[in-house]
Write a protein that binds this ligand. Structure first.
Ligand code: DP6
Length: 379
């Protein structure tokens, strides 16, 4: 698979045979998935072609922050054809025009892979476990949930994805087309995305699961501190695009690949010092890249820096191995081993919670990946 060129790889799941015929026995059904968000330890920042990453990334899969997606389908009397999708979308019980339009465009782009979509009437309902205004990006969990639903639908209608490995690989591939980081959300514990010479199975097309870690790095905790709820001034998509003219881009991509190999090794051997050094460097570099892109922009807020300084001081004084990372926004992810949960959570309550908007933070942790929801209704 690795030697295929980009165009051929893009077509790797194209399958004109996935069309409903008179012989198809099912005419309606429902699929539903709960998919978690993820937090990158080595960041994907910069992309090319059809959602290919400029460097390898790795993330922990989360648990509490997730999206539930229910997809019902019914065969249309006549194929809508010519790339038309018949879709009704609601988010948390209400129509959501902006995401509906994005989803429709995405499903249209997937017609070569799932040609049966133009033969169906689709009703999609989605809900997040975290408030919309929390500043937490939902594209990874929502795109992963949609990808899982589409693969389940294919399996129900054609019985073509009964092999689990193949199911998850395809779900990851489809999720990547929706949002790059989403491809890592289909696997529990942690996932690596992007070709890397030290990981033979790694690929730019889909993520691979990574579970073999030292006990210190299993069941890791992530407290997501909401320090600002405002919509981001520059989207991730625009941020990725700015990497194309960033003068430090080439060095950065090389650094990410070096970081990835060293980080995975540290997580396997229990080397906490290296883990903290690399994870914090990744957060700082991501934001430094934003600050030195053209035009320059800043997504950190004053309280982002206050939280970072407090974490570093606390770590220095107590020797408790707590560190931070950031995604493309102002909120801080506080990472710590499960065995230090009591003292770190007391520290968060006393010193960091006052820096959060309305004292809001989410106690999350590494999770097991997507869960199929059968016949559950959104509360
Ligand atoms: C900083 O996956 O949101 O969170 O592919 O354009 O949808 P698109 O971007 P997105 O970028 C995520 C960037 C990041 C780092 C990461 O998750 O690896």
């Amino acid at each position: 698979m690795k030697n295929l060129n980009q165009q051929a790889r893009f077509r790797m799941y194209n399958n004109p045979k996935l069309k409903l015929t008179n012989a198809t026995s099912i005419s309606s059904g429902q699929v539903a998935w709960r998919c978690p968000s993820n937090i990158a330890l080595v960041k994907y920042w910069g992309k090319y072609g059809i959602q290919y990453p400029r460097n390898t990334s790795i993330s922990y899969t989360l648990s509490a922050a997730h999206t539930d997606t229910f997809m019902s389908y019914k065969t249309l009397a006549t194929d809508s054809q010519n790339g038309k999708i018949n879709l009704a979308f609601t988010f948390e019980g209400k129509p959501q025009g902006a995401f509906a339009a994005k989803l429709e465009k995405f499903l249209n782009s997937l017609l070569p892979i799932f040609p049966f979509l133009s033969q169906l009437e689709l009703v999609v309902e989605s809900a997040n476990s975290f408030p919309h205004s929390s500043g937490i990006a939902s594209s990874a969990s929502s795109m992963a949930a949609i990808a899982c639903c589409l693969c389940s639908m294919e399996q129900q209608l054609f019985n073509t994805l009964s092999d689990e490995t193949e199911f998850w690989r395809k779900a990851s591939y489809i999720a990547r087309l929706g949002s790059g980081s989403a491809c890592r959300s289909v696997y529990g514990t942690a996932a690596i995305w992007g070709e890397h010479p030290e990981f033979a199975a790694s690929s730019n097309d889909f993520a691979i699961q990574q579970t073999e870690f030292h006990p210190l790095f299993q069941n890791y905790k992530d407290a997501v501190l909401i320090v600002d709820r405002a919509e981001k001034s520059v989207s991730s998509r625009a941020g990725h695009a700015l990497m194309e003219t960033n003068p430090y881009a080439a060095t950065r991509y090389e650094q990410a690949n070096t970081h990835l190999a060293a980080l995975v090794k540290a997580m396997q051997t229990g080397d906490m010092t290296t883990f903290i050094r690399i994870v914090e460097a990744e957060a700082m570099v991501l934001h430094a890249l934003m600050m030195c892109s053209e035009p320059s922009y800043i997504l950190m807020r004053p309280n982002t820096l206050s939280v970072i300084e407090k974490i570093r001081t606390y770590r220095q004084e107590t020797k408790v191995p707590v560190c931070f990372t950031l995604d493309a926004g102002p909120n801080v992810h506080v990472l710590y081993p499960e065995k230090h949960a009591a003292e770190v959570e007391a520290f968060i309550l006393n010193e960091l919670e006052p820096l959060c908007v309305d004292g809001y933070w989410i106690a999350d942790q590494v999770g097991k990946g997507p869960i199929a929801l059968s016949e559950v209704t959104i509360a």
